[in-house]
Design a protein around this ligand. Structure first.
Ligand code: A2P
Length: 342
């Protein structure tokens, strides 16, 4: 197949190229595309260096599939035209996720969304935090009908692209390992950055995206709307709180889910032990539970800490972690293509 990677120099774009190679996606031709700033740079694929070209409306002409991760405004500006010319665009941005005729899919959870042709030639990859949540929630919802979800996220800095990772590294370096002053910080002396709303080193920041009129942030609104769309549960009540944490790779979510019938911890564990894309790590007696660092570099959501809500037989608390750049973005895009074309 002829493929293009739009945003090939970015954090997700590079991961997509790595995964295409790893999974031996049938690539006859690869076109790495990015901004004019990167034109001429080289990207390795299949043992050969490929020159990065500037994204223009014509740059993807003749391409079968474009894997896209260059931000929502680039997707909005270019994808309708590229898709109209016959290229299937698999888009990691939020630009088209909630458009009714655009499939929004985690193939392990709602593969049926990919059967709905014809669509505008654009398929959306959900937000990385939504993917981390719906991988375990999907099987539980199918079995017992999730009616309400309270979700809090712990999101890695790499979710904000290279610049996010760099900002954490710079702030850690500036503090030089001297943690003592953080106990009684001189707030004016703390390292400040451009990417995160507050210092991210040794801190947590409860704002991802912009605040909206209802008080939720853009990220929280995405999680709420996307999880309903993926689970085909328009009436599910969802409240999300998104928090950036000084973790490089791997998002985590803590969830309290209510169901339309009783569901026990044992039943949930049985369902999740067999669920695709999920690895159950949940053995409190043996001290086993998941963390983002263990999820980083892997292809599955790691799920554990499953607890019955006190005095409720129809509500469970659980914790899920996934690599935000792989399963949360790049891998999901490639699994969508594999589902469509294999
Ligand atoms: P570039 O490296 O040339 O700026 P990240 O999420 O890691 O910040 O990456 C964003 C990706 O989107 C990069 O590959 C970046 O390319 C690309 N990008 C940003 N602006 C444009 C643009 N105007 N046209 C095409 N690609 C863009």
């Amino acid at each position: 197949m002829k493929i293009a990677v739009i945003g090939a120099t970015g954090a997700v774009g590079r991961e997509m190229i790595r995964i295409l190679e790893e999974r031996r996606f049938p690539v006859d031709e690869i076109r790495p595309l990015a901004s004019a700033r990167s034109a001429g740079r080289l990207v390795a694929f299949g043992g050969v260096d490929h020159e990065v070209r500037e994204l223009t409306p014509d740059a993807a002409r003749g391409v079968d599939v474009a894997f896209v991760s260059a931000g929502a405004s680039i997707s909005k500006a270019y994808l309708p035209e590229i898709a109209a010319a016959g290229t299937v665009c698999i888009d990691n941005s939020s630009a088209f996720r909630m458009q009714a005729d655009v499939p929004l899919s985690v193939p392990e959870v709602n593969p049926e969304a990919l059967e709905g042709w014809p669509h505008p030639g654009i398929i959306a990859v959900p937000n990385c935090t939504t993917i981390t949540a719906v991988l375990p929630l999907g099987p539980l919802h199918r079995a017992a009908g999730c009616t309400s979800l309270v979700i809090s996220s712990y999101q890695a800095v790499s979710g904000a692209g290279w610049k996010g990772t760099r900002e954490l590294a710079e702030q850690v370096e500036k503090l030089g390992g001297d943690i003592e002053p953080l106990a009684h910080p001189d707030h004016d002396a703390l390292p400040d950055g451009d990417v995160f709303a507050k210092p991210i080193a040794f801190n947590v920041v409860a704002k991802i995206g912009e605040f909206e009129p209802d008080g939720f942030t853009g990220e929280e609104s995405k999680i709420m709307a996307e999880s309903r769309k993926i689970l085909s549960a328009p009436d599910m009540r969802v409240v999300a709180t998104s928090v950036r944490v000084p973790v490089v790779s791997g998002h985590a979510v803590s969830m309290l889910a209510e169901f339309s019938r009783p569901i026990s911890v044992d039943e949930a564990r049985e369902l999740l032990a067999d669920a695709p894309g999920v690895r159950l790590i949940d053995d409190p007696e043996a001290g086993l539970f998941p963390s983002p660092l263990e999820a980083a570099g892997g292809d599955e959501a790691l799920v554990g800490r499953i607890r019955q809500a006190p005095d409720r037989d129809d509500a469970l608390a659980l914790f899920s972690c996934a690599d935000n750049l792989r399963k949360g973005a790049a891998l999901d895009a490639i699994q969508i293509a594999e589902h469509l074309f294999s």
